[in-house]
Write a protein that binds this ligand. Structure first.
Ligand SMILES: [Zn+2]
Length: 161
């Protein structure tokens, strides 16, 4: 995880914006689809299309993974976690709502076992389609963290809305 850009001072909380780079897990590929701009939405929105990839070759190399494309569905269900298409996607596209929900759960669990959690409290703030957190220190000071999803394209990142 890398920080994206500074912080903006606000009377209550300092706000940090974090870029969360998304990388496709094994057996998946990501494709960025740029939407078209219209009069109502002049800003083009980027969506992430998820595609399954054949991993039969890797399977033969004794990597412990079944091919999502070529293995019988029954065996896949029994032996392997579902693909992103069956969990965090809506249709072929990565769903940022589902992804931020999942990230919030992961973060809460991870925070609970961090030594910092003894003097700092993590709160997930209600948010439509991004992941917003607040850290409250025992002293009362707070920090707000906004997490933005991005995908690497060449040397830069494209943000998902
Ligand atoms: Zn295959």
């Amino acid at each position: 995880m890398s920080t994206l850009g500074g912080w903006s001072g606000c009377e209550e909380d300092a706000i940090y914006r974090l870029l969360v780079p998304l990388k496709p897990p094994r057996g998946h590929a990501f494709h960025v689809d740029m939407g078209t701009s219209t009069k109502d939405t002049p800003e083009r929105k980027a969506s992430l299309r998820v595609e399954l990839q054949c991993t039969c070759m890797r399977e033969q190399l004794a990597e412990d993974m079944l091919c999502f494309l070529h293995h019988p569905e029954k065996e896949l269900r029994e032996r392997q976690a579902p693909s992103l298409l069956g969990t965090l996607c809506t249709g072929p596209y990565l769903d940022t709502d589902k992804t931020s929900c999942w990230l919030q759960i992961v973060l809460k669990r991870a925070w609970a076992v961090m030594p910092q959690s003894t003097h700092c409290c993590l709160t997930v703030l209600p948010s439509g389609h991004s992941c917003n957190l607040r850290l409250t220190h025992a002293s009362g000071s707070t920090i707000r963290i906004e997490m933005l999803f991005g995908v690497k394209q060449g040397n830069s990142y494209i943000f998902l809305s």
